[in-house]
Design a protein around this ligand. Structure first.
Ligand SMILES: Nc1ncnc2c1ncn2[C@@H]1O[C@H](COP(=O)(O)OP(=O)(O)O)[C@@H](O)[C@H]1O
Ligand SMILES: [Mg+2]
Length: 210
């Protein structure tokens, strides 16, 4: 069983988007997925509610809320039902978050195309390093060839953290899918977007297995 945590102090960077889309990608690979939401805002729970209203319950997909302090117990209690555990986190990085980072095999840090996201990233990188957990930055809302995109990529490179080659582009379908309780893979609207989500899931698996 692998534990992936998505963390970033900046709200709106794409944590819940990445968790929900990775969940659907791993389900499509036949994996059993457990979601743990530690964000009191509960966006992932809302996504899950809508999903269950639409498709009914799914034996392959479990959901629970957890506190940062209770994360270890929460992981233990779902251990036998999951191949992949995905942990969503609140938009703050404080000492509590360390409990979560410590339990993860990999921490994904979304950075969307804004300098503010880059500035917000140092704390989580520091905390994860102290917890001894590997981190990878995931560039989100990328727009090929735009100047702010190049600028952000440059600043991210200066953070000294490793960045996944796989990125998510800026597409309305991500927002729509989140609101409909699905992943963009299930929306089947754009092969390009589906490909980038599968590529992200593959890149994350490669980091975990490598
Ligand atoms: N790549 C993207 N393209 C378009 N909209 C996105 C993308 N990533 C996130 N969003 C939208 O931005 C908002 C914030 O994303 P969310 O995943 O909820 O961030 P966080 O969980 O970090 O606060 C949501 O409405 C989401 O649908
Ligand atoms: Mg969120």
């Amino acid at each position: 069983m692998k534990v992936i945590c998505v963390a970033q102090q900046k709200g709106g960077a794409g944590k819940t988007t990445i968790v929900s889309n990775l969940a659907v990608a791993y389900l499509a690979e036949g994996k059993r997925v457990a979601l743990l939401d530690t964000d009191p805002q509960g966006s992932l729970g809302r996504w899950m509610d809508i999903r269950e209203e639409t498709f009914g319950e799914d034996d392959m997909l479990h959901f629970a809320t957890a506190t940062a302090y209770g994360i270890s117990r929460a992981i233990r209690s779902i251990r036998k039902d999951a191949d992949v555990v995905l942990i969503d986190t609140p938009p703050k990085v404080d000492s509590d978050v360390r409990w979560i980072l410590k339990e993860a095999d990999l921490v994904l840090v979304p950075v969307s195309a804004s300098k503010a996201d880059v500035w917000a990233t140092n704390d989580v990188l520091d905390l994860a390093e102290r917890a001894g957990t590997a981190t990878r930055i995931v560039l989100n809302r990328t727009r090929a060839g735009t100047r702010v995109g190049d600028d952000v990529a440059q600043s991210v490179a200066e953070l000294g953290a490793r960045t996944l080659d796989a990125t998510l582009s800026h597409r309305v379908i991500y927002a729509e899918a989140l609101g409909h309780g699905i992943g963009v893979l299930e929306a089947k609207r754009s092969a390009t977007v589906s490909d980038e989500v599968r590529a992200l899931a593959g890149a994350v698996s490669a980091e975990l297995d490598g």
